[in-house]
Design a protein around this ligand. Structure first.
Ligand code: SF4
Length: 335
């Protein structure tokens, strides 16, 4: 009898782990609450730092899902831990007895309207990085109308006590620099500004992207937090900030402001947490068994994590974790 592995979450981590577990000859069931697979990757246009089309990566992930039982538009209604398995009831009425569970519920983006001072949802020309990415993909957004001056605000909902999140979201500096370059490609005459606290460009190729943004695209990087956004009578955005390198106040008028919303624990993960009374960290992401060796293990036998369910991660890191989780599950089921 093949053993059942249930994966909750059909983003990149869930898909990658499912493929490997299928090769290990398990009966893999994947549950995704939305109607599409691929999570945030499915909505993305190009990936930093080398600008690969997101669709190419998604197509690779989707090319290996034959033989995996996939339930889309399906939620987990309840989970009960039995002696050595989990009894899981899905919203489609199906019950699964899972020998192992993998949680890949990923992240939600911080709701930018919660930072009222940035004017999202109040001023038309304030958008999020996800909306800008969607524009790059579809070239359709009536808020973006040949902008001449564009600003990016880093750390929206991250590294911010007032937003109840002290942690860094890791990916939004590189995303901002990538998107700043891309918008400059579309609008070469535009002035583009990035307002940052400090730049966290830690991965391979990130620093080169940052240098390119300055040298080839003339992006202006201003260290300082934006304190206020308002609108003038021409519907242009007026940005007030402090340049903390020169200690001078700044006032800039912009046609478009892009907010780099950070990563927050997913609402889907919250639901699973309550069902099994799982531990989370101060930032709300799932706690792993330890912080060095057992990053894919929970404290419950047979329950594992991968990807951004345990905290902000880049796509390659999430895929690594998915592979690692598949191996850990294989070891667990064969021990
Ligand atoms: S990656 Fe950059 S923008 Fe994102 S939270 Fe960290 S410092 Fe802020």
């Amino acid at each position: 009898m093949k053993k059942n592995v249930l994966i909750i979450g059909g983003g990149p981590s869930g898909l990658e782990a499912a493929t490997i577990l299928k090769k290990f000859n398990y009966n893999v069931i994947l549950v995704e609450r939305s109607s599409i697979l691929g999570g945030h990757l499915a909505k993305w246009d190009r990936l930093f730092p080398y600008m690969e089309p997101a669709k190419e990566t998604l197509d690779v992930l989707l090319s290996n899902i034959d033989g995996i039982t996939i339930f889309k538009d399906t939620e987990v209604n309840s989970i009960n831990l039995l002696d050595k398995s989990y009894n899981v009831i899905l919203s489609n009425g199906i019950t699964i007895l899972a020998d192992a569970l993998l949680i890949t519920t990923g992240f939600d983006l911080f709701q930018a309207e919660k930072k009222e001072e940035y004017g999202y949802g109040i001023y038309e020309k304030v958008i999020t990085s996800a909306e800008l990415e969607e524009y790059f993909k579809t070239l359709n957004n009536n808020k973006i109308d040949n902008p001449k001056k564009i600003g990016f605000v880093h750390c929206v909902g991250s590294r911010d006590e007032k937003a109840a999140n002290r942690a860094c979201s890791k990916v939004c500096c590189a995303t901002a620099v990538k998107q700043a370059c891309e918008i400059k490609e579309k609008y070469p005459d535009a002035d583009v500004y990035c307002f940052y606290m400090d730049l966290r460009m830690f991965g391979r190729g990130y620093e080169d992207l940052y240098l390119k943004a300055q040298k080839d695209y003339a992006i202006r990087f201003i260290r300082g937090r934006v304190s206020e956004v308002s609108e003038d009578i021409n519907k242009s955005l007026v940005i007030k900030a402090e340049d903390t390198l020169s200690s001078k106040p700044i006032r800039v008028t912009l046609d478009l402001l892009v907010l780099m919303s950070g990563m927050r624990p997913s609402s889907g993960g919250e639901k699973i947490k309550k069902m099994l009374n799982l531990m989370t960290e101060d930032d709300g992401f799932f706690s792993t068994k330890d912080s060095i060796y057992s990053l894919q293990h929970s404290k419950l036998a047979g329950l594992f994590y991968a990807g951004a369910a345990t905290g902000p991660k880049t796509l390659p890191d999430s895929l690594h974790e998915a592979r690692s989780a598949a191996i850990q599950i294989h070891n667990y089921l064969n021990n």
